[in-house]
Design a protein around this ligand. Sequence first.
Ligand code: GDP
Ligand code: MG
Length: 239
Amino acid sequence: MSYFKFITKFNGYKKIKYNTVHKILKLICINKLNKLLNIIILILIYRKNKIINYNNQIIRRVWSLMSSFKLKVLLTGAAAVGKTSLVQRFIKNRFQANYKLTVGVDILTKDVEFRAGEIATLSIWDIGGQQRFEFIRSTFYKGAAGALLVFDLTREQTYAETRKWLTEIRQFAGESIPFVFIGNKADLIEDVGLVIDRDEARSFAENEGSIYIETSAKTGINVDEAFTELTKRIIDSRM
Ligand code: GDP
Ligand code: MG
């Protein structure tokens, strides 16, 4: 056998062998391959959806950060009504019974999810209520987005003063500033009795475009709600 003949025969043999193997493999595998391909496609679709969902989450998060509302919120009302206690309860979830005077202003920050997935960053300005701070108070009001107007449910005098507080807020922070009217120290009503007319408080708040909420910094009741409600009102007033 010449070298040339050998090569042709060998190549031919290889070709037949390859074709046969290929055909057999094709027959066996084509169904399985199809299934495998389908599975791969399903995995890819699933992963893509996951990525899309994940991307959606990121986009939502970035959007909420970008458009995140940074709001200056005032805590106002007479001395010792519980402004500092309310903000301490809200931010640190604690209560201190001993009274410490707020000198000038304390500023604390907290993120509030006022609706599912919607976050606002509050910088809460806890303003000293004493007469002697009156001259600097007005400067703290500038740029405020909203206010909690607080009185003490056990001291009628602090309730009577709220109109004056509201006038002051509106004068320095703007006529249409959203606020929430807060009767604090609700836990003491049982012992002390009610010294104000609830219906009157409610209708005063409603007449002024607000709502009336009774809170207790001591038990924590309605404290989160007060801040969340104020945040909602601020955001809604801007829509
Ligand atoms: P601020 O001057 O308005 O900041 O009032 P503070 O937060 O300093 O509170 C004045 C006093 O009232 C403190 O002795 C607090 O412990 C007390 N206090 C504040 N909130 C409450 C409350 O909801 N219930 C009770 N029982 N005491 C409170
Ligand atoms: Mg204080």
